[in-house]
Design a binder for this molecule. Structure first.
Ligand SMILES: [Zn+2]
Length: 530
């Protein structure tokens, strides 16, 4: 579903008018949601049991919420806050019997939808009394305290789209998503970003969002079309998004797909079987052909060489021509690829067992190195192949030699990233981003705490800003001249997610993480940096 924020603004105005009128109906309604927060501090509480995981303590039934635990001795009695403005639809200190109290709140979301937040294993006490059923609460109101529950005091927190007055059992034999439950932290993180007002002139930088199939597997990079539209592989469907995030058409696929390649004026889908099918600009299917071998990775496009690389289920790296019509060469014994970069003379991949495999574009293996952590690769059609690892910052020559560029850089960890210009380079070590002059001196440094997973870094076309995104949903824009952090945002991502971003000529920064595409208005997102 596409949430267009023009509509959001209108619904705010409408809601404000109806409440401001002071009529009798206004008193029976509670204000719509304008901001959202976690029920407990996510910096102090951690996920003890995740959403939708089967529980051995409950005969393998699926967990309907998230259990938040604040550590031994500090969870019991901790304040539980309403995530947003809403109306109390259920409130009972004995809602779960000896397992404690339950509160359910109803929220009017800015896109017109209704969502319910449920808080379980909670108690009254120390000046906190549960709010009465049908009363209104404000976002951030303390509504309860964490009670004493098995196996340790914790908050059971749910988000659902139905059942306003039934506490439920906390576990279900059904897939929770199919019975109206949602992943709570995903709901909170995404809505926090969708409700961002931290834009230039106080206007939200979120131009649009496109929520794809919920909880789908990680996906392949999309194809961007002239005019800003996108063709996106979303599980077993191909979707065409308009320049402003509306779904123009969907095509259901009849077999598993691994990715898309640009083809004619639209795209072709690559199936895991090695089959290829043209998709026309209107969503109809066109010509079909076969690569001739099964593949299990998204296509990796080598700019300027007319090559497409794939990984295969029998651990080969294969190169096909750009149209995916024939296989040109194979390299054997290559584990699944995590990261890759293609430089002027050589390409490199980092595999999931942290090997860096370097090859030339005729398919000759040049070098194989083993890293302690994944590290980052960088390359472009004009540049050398660069690697940023625990062991430092390296150039990998066409002969496969690793030459240290500068010895004074901090180790590059699991979430490292590189961007290189003619007169400067930028290294993210997973925690801090540094801007360097070519002599290796640090021009500036800025901390980006809490990042994890795969990190992508690129520069804006005028080279004045760096764009960083992570597979865990972090987004940051940093000014290259002085390291100023122009803005940050966080949408949901997890260990299964992939990340992709692109700043379009239409001045929209498109970020694709997990099952969500976010369109950010570039000028507004830059805040004071613009
Ligand atoms: Zn629970």
């Amino acid at each position: 579903m596409s949430r267009r924020f023009v509509c959001v603004v209108l619904s705010f105005v409408a809601a404000a008018l109806s409440i401001g009128g002071g009529s009798a109906t206004a008193q029976s309604q509670c204000p719509p949601v304008t901001s959202i927060q976690f029920p407990v501090d996510p910096a102090e509480f951690r996920l003890m049991q995740d959403f939708a995981v089967p529980s051995s303590r409950h005969q393998g039934r699926f967990h309907t919420g998230e259990d938040w635990y604040g550590g031994r001795g500090s969870s019991l009695g901790a304040e539980v806050r309403a995530i947003a403005a809403g109306r109390v639809t259920f409130s009972s200190p004995n809602g779960w019997g000896r397992d404690g109290g339950v509160i359910i709140l109803e929220h009017q979301m800015p896109d017109g939808s209704i969502a319910y937040s449920q808080y379980g294993h909670i108690a009254e006490g120390n000046g906190v009394v549960f709010p009465a059923t049908l009363s209104c609460v404000n976002g951030g109101d303390v509504i309860a305290r964490v009670g004493d529950a098995r196996p340790a005091p914790h908050l059971h927190f749910e988000i659902r789209v139905q059942n306003p007055d039934t506490p439920g059992a906390g576990y279900t034999w059904d897939d929770p998503t199919n019975i109206g439950l949602r992943r709570p932290s995903k709901f909170l993180y995404n809505w926090q970003t969708w409700l961002m007002s931290e834009g230039a002139n106080g206007r939200s930088p979120v131009a649009w969002t496109a929520d794809l199939a919920d909880e789908s597997a990680p996906n392949a990079p999309p194809i961007t079309l002239r005019g800003g539209g996108m063709i996106v592989l979303d599980g077993d469907r191909v979707i065409n998004l308009s320049y402003d995030g509306r779904v123009l058409w969907r095509v259901n696929l009849d077999q598993a797909a691994v990715g898309l390649i640009p083809f004619a004026d639209a795209a072709a889908v690559i199936y895991a079987s090695g089959g290829v099918r043209q998709i026309n600009p209107d969503g109809s299917l066109g010509e079909a052909w076969s690569l001739g071998t099964g593949v299990d990775s998204a296509p990796m496009h080598v700019d300027g060489r007319g090559l497409l690389l794939f990984h295969t289920p029998n651990n080969e790296l294969i190169a096909a021509d750009e149209g995916a019509r024939s296989i040109l060469w194979r390299i054997r014994d290559v584990n699944p690829v995590r990261r890759y970069a293609f430089a002027r003379d050589v390409g490199g991949v980092v595999t999931n067992d942290n090997r860096v495999i370097t090859f030339d574009y005729d398919g000759t293996l040049v070098d194989e190195a083993r890293l302690r952590e994944a590290g980052a690769l960088f390359g472009s059609a004009e540049s050398d192949l660069l690697a940023y690892t625990r062991g430092g910052f390296w150039s990998i020559t066409p002969a496969g030699e690793w030459v240290m560029i500068h010895s004074n850089v901090p180790p590059g960890g699991e979430s490292a990233a590189i961007w290189r210009e003619i007169d400067a380079f930028y290294l993210f070590d997973g925690t801090a981003l540094r801007g360097y002059s070519m002599d290796g001196s640090v021009r500036w440094q800025v901390d980006l705490p809490g990042w994890a997973g795969d990190v992508r870094m690129s520069a804006s076309p005028a080279r004045d800003f760096l764009i960083l995104t992570s597979s865990y949903g972090e987004i940051a824009v940093v000014r290259t001249s002085d390291g100023a952090v122009c803005n940050t945002a966080h949408i949901y991502g997890d260990r299964r997610s992939r990340v992709w971003h692109e700043l379009g000529e239409d001045q929209v920064l498109r970020v694709y993480v997990a099952d969500q595409v976010l369109g950010l208005d570039w000028g507004r997102f830059l805040l004071g940096c613009g």
